[in-house]
Design a protein around this ligand. Structure first.
Ligand SMILES: CC1=C(CCC(=O)O)c2cc3nc(cc4[nH]c(cc5[nH]c(cc1n2)c(C)c5CCC(=O)O)c(CCC(=O)O)c4C)C(CCC(=O)O)=C3C
Ligand SMILES: [Fe+2]
Length: 375
């Protein structure tokens, strides 16, 4: 036996998330952080601000991350994985740069990142890597030693991510009134993004229309729909639909919108709909507002019974999957060939994003990929 721990060469895990406001005074500065330089219409910002104010200015995302942090630490402790877990956000406290500074002060130099975004895309992957590069640049400017930062592969098709969503879909079906259940459709939802960003998502090449972003979501949707059919013996119509569109109306974004979809399936005679937010790792404001508030009101107006499946959140199976992915990546970095677990048709995602993966509209440095300016 070697005396190296199974997580070597890594000495810390960084939970990297979006961040969200924790009270009414945080809402506007948070939105300014998110939208700096992104060209989002002012009316859209005011509208989104209202979503947060409706919930007392508190985003659910931070509480969810605190729970995930606790679940990860418990999972590591239960298996003797002596790897400290840090938490930093891109757009709100605790800020990524502060967390990375602390991590370095604590003596860590080889960091593996778990982003709370499971799929490829500029918004869901490269933008996280750009913010990692920004944080490293800030440390460099302060003359601090720079840690080497890697990012875990996309986990959308890991059984520890998919199986909790299968159970959540079954539970949501059970919540529908009995007469609505048999003829209920499944609507898998994710964040809409510009079609140009979708088409360019993933490594250059081979995903067809909608790029890796749509291909990965379709793979997950199909896995869940198949598992639910196997469990219930009912073949249900399903579709991947989109929510939370922002940006100018003349720019094409992925469609159909979930609310339009509810209207369409109502007209087709669906007896109910289960909305499954596969694009979100936990209950974000997009889930609480766009699905639980807006789409649910739309369904009530249509007289269409709906239920919403829970997100993965801090499910212990997800925490176990993260530990597995950490050990897998550590083994790969040591030059071993670990088993790489994945369901569906696409296979395990790449460990390190290749040059030009999920390109930005205007190129900026991005860490934790083959085109990182850092080690
Ligand atoms: C793909 C994707 C994910 C999933 C992957 C992931 O999880 O990272 C995601 C997550 C999130 N998005 C979030 C919040 C916001 N996103 C915005 C704007 C945008 N999102 C985009 C995409 C995505 N976003 C895009 C293409 C824009 C347009 C502007 C731009 O190109 O940058 C805006 C501006 C206002 C608006 O227009 O909505 C806000 C406030 C929160 C926090 C929620 C909370 O507080 O619980 C979370 C988790
Ligand atoms: Fe977003």
């Amino acid at each position: 036996m070697s005396d190296q721990p199974a997580h070597a060469p890594y000495d810390a895990l960084l939970l990297l998330s979006f961040g969200g406001p924790e009270g009414p005074d945080d809402v506007v500065p948070f939105l300014e952080n998110v939208t700096r330089g992104r060209g989002i219409p002012r009316e859209r910002l005011q509208e989104v601000g209202q979503h947060y104010f409706l919930f007392g200015g508190v985003s659910p995302i931070n509480g969810q991350n605190r729970e995930l942090l606790a679940a990860l630490r418990a999972e590591f402790a239960a298996h003797g994985t002596d790897l400290p877990v840090y938490w930093g956000n891109r757009n709100w406290a605790p800020y990524l740069t502060d967390t990375l500074r602390q991590l370095v002060a604590d003596g860590h130099r080889r960091v593996l990142t778990l982003a709370t975004s499971a799929y490829a895309s500029y918004s869901g992957c490269r933008q996280y890597r750009e913010n990692l590069a920004d944080a490293l640049a800030a440390l460099e400017a302060e003359g601090l030693p720079l840690p080497r930062v890697d990012k875990l592969r996309h986990y959308f098709n890991h059984p520890g991510f998919v199986r909790p969503m299968v159970d959540a879909t079954l539970a949501a079906l059970a919540e529908l009134p009995e007469e609505a259940r048999q003829g209920a459709h499944l609507a898998f939802t994710t964040h809409s993004i510009p079609t140009a960003a979708a088409d360019a998502s993933g490594p250059a090449g081979d995903h067809g229309d909608g790029g890796a972003y749509v291909a990965e979501h379709l793979d997950v949707a199909r896995l869940i729909a198949d598992a639910v059919r196997a469990e219930t013996g009912v073949e249900r119509p399903w579709r991947l639909v989109y929510q939370s569109r922002s940006g100018a109306p003349h720019v094409p974004w992925l469609e159909p919108d979930v609310c339009d979809h509810l209207e369409a399936v109502r007209a087709e005679g669906a007896s109910g709909v289960v909305m499954v937010p596969i694009g979100f790792v936990s209950d974000h404001m997009e889930v609480k507002y766009d699905l639980d508030t807006e789409a649910t009101a739309k369904a009530a107006e249509l007289g269409l019974p709906v239920a919403r499946a829970a997100t993965v959140g801090a499910d212990p199976r997800f925490a176990a999957a993260v530990r597995e992915l950490v050990l897998e990546r550590a083994a790969s970095e040591r030059g071993e060939r670990p088993e790489r677990c994945a369901l569906g048709a696409l296979g395990p995602s790449h460990d390190r994003c290749p040059v030009g993966c999920c390109p930005a509209r205007s190129p900026r440095p991005a860490a934790a990929g083959a085109d990182s300016p850092y080690a």
